[in-house]
Design a binder for this molecule. Structure first.
Ligand code: UDP
Ligand code: MG
Length: 343
């Protein structure tokens, strides 16, 4: 809670809450009610991005949007992935303060009030740090902890370990983030990279409300590789170091082989040569693989495809204004028109 002070603290003119949603029919209703209750004190909008759900999520979202004009729904044309969906939501958010949150209720919407209060006190970016993670497998916790350590060693940005995508961004920070057009997106790293005044708030991460994680093993691996390759050149340099090391060993080996040869013409070296060839071949393939990861990303970047494609939008400006919006009881309470989307 914000401490009581005499100078009036700034208040968001419009608070946008952005959540990507993929096959969450069991819990989307619960999420919307809790999120709405959590931000009821503000002029707010909920921006829900349907990331190509194949269950009943799309219909549920449309129904919610019909009942409440403050709920904006963006249906993507297929599943583009968590980070792309989140980007779609951020680009559609009109608020001067924007919160990104997972729809599965692992990030408690009730924390938004505390995040906004940090913003009122001058923070531009507020990230939520999970003090505890309920209902995650030991495997997920172990791999996540390994990833954060590795990322910390390799990458040039200081990412707080155990901080997820649950973040609040000021309009300035958000515009800076949206000006980063790269395709392989690791949003939590990018929000740190933009700088500004960053603050943390702590929370206990709950178990998923219902349904199951949409991140499979291979998606997690892909995501980690994306994160590291987007923020670090160390893997590329690793290849160079490995090359220098093995070439060094080879140079040392040359005189050794010559001397052995001069001392005794019989050289039972078949085994060691095979090992050396395999080892060097392995190192070369790994180095090629590392280069391939980066070349693949360069290819993705130069194609410059859109990050996502929108199939349909509900309640998205400028269609929805106090004058033209769908009739709903909530409209009566509207006083000011929210600022137009910037950028
Ligand atoms: N999500 C999405 N597209 C995807 C995968 C996930 O929009 O391809 C959404 C999902 O509905 C949830 C959030 O992203 O709101 C986080 O996903 P999840 O809970 O599966 O990830 P985890 O918490 O296990 O890392
Ligand atoms: Mg989750």
């Amino acid at each position: 809670m914000a401490p009581i002070t005499h100078t009036p603290l700034r208040r968001p003119a419009l608070l946008s809450v952005v959540a990507p949603v993929f096959n969450e029919q069991e819990l989307i209703g619960a999420f919307v009610s809790r999120a709405r209750a959590a931000v009821a004190d503000y002029d707010f909008e909920l921006v829900l991005v349907n990331d190509g759900s194949t269950d009943g999520t799309a219909e549920l979202l449309d129904q919610i949007a019909d009942e409440d004009w403050r709920v904006r729904v963006i249906h993507l044309s297929r599943n583009f992935g968590h980070q792309a969906a989140l980007t779609a939501g951020l680009e559609h958010a009109a608020g001067d303060v924007v919160v990104m949150i997972d729809a599965d209720l692992q990030d408690p919407p009730e924390l938004i009030g505390e995040m906004v209060s940090q913003w009122s006190h001058g923070a531009d970016v507020v990230y939520a740090v999970r003090r505890q993670r309920e209902g995650e497998t030991a495997f997920k916790l172990a791999t996540a902890s390994f990833f954060y350590k590795l990322f910390d060693k390799l990458a040039q940005v200081d990412l707080e370990s155990n901080s997820g995508d649950f973040r609040l961004l000021d309009r300035r920070a958000l515009d800076a983030l949206l000006s980063m057009t790269e395709r392989s997106r690791f949003l939590r790293g990018m929000t740190v990279w933009v700088g500004f005044n960053q603050t943390a708030v702590q929370y206990e991460r709950d178990a998923r409300h219902a349904g199951e994680t949409k991140y499979t093993m291979s998606r997690m691996l892909r995501f980690s590789l994306d994160a590291i390759a987007s923020f670090s050149h160390v893997p590329l340099q690793l290849a160079t170091y490995a090359g220098i090391l093995s070439a060094g060993v080879a140079f040392v080996a040359i005189p050794v082989v010559i001397i052995l040869r001069l001392l005794d013409s019989y050289l039972p070296g078949f085994g060691s040569i095979t090992i050396a060839v395999l080892l060097l071949g392995g190192i070369q393939l790994i180095a090629l693989g590392v280069i391939g990861e980066y070349v693949g990303r360069i290819f993705d970047e130069v194609k410059h495809r859109p990050l996502y494609i929108v199939r349909e939008e509900r309640n998205v400006r400028p269609d929805v204004t106090p004058e033209a919006g769908p009739v709903s009881p909530a409209r009566a309470g509207l006083t000011a028109r929210a600022p137009e989307r910037v950028g």
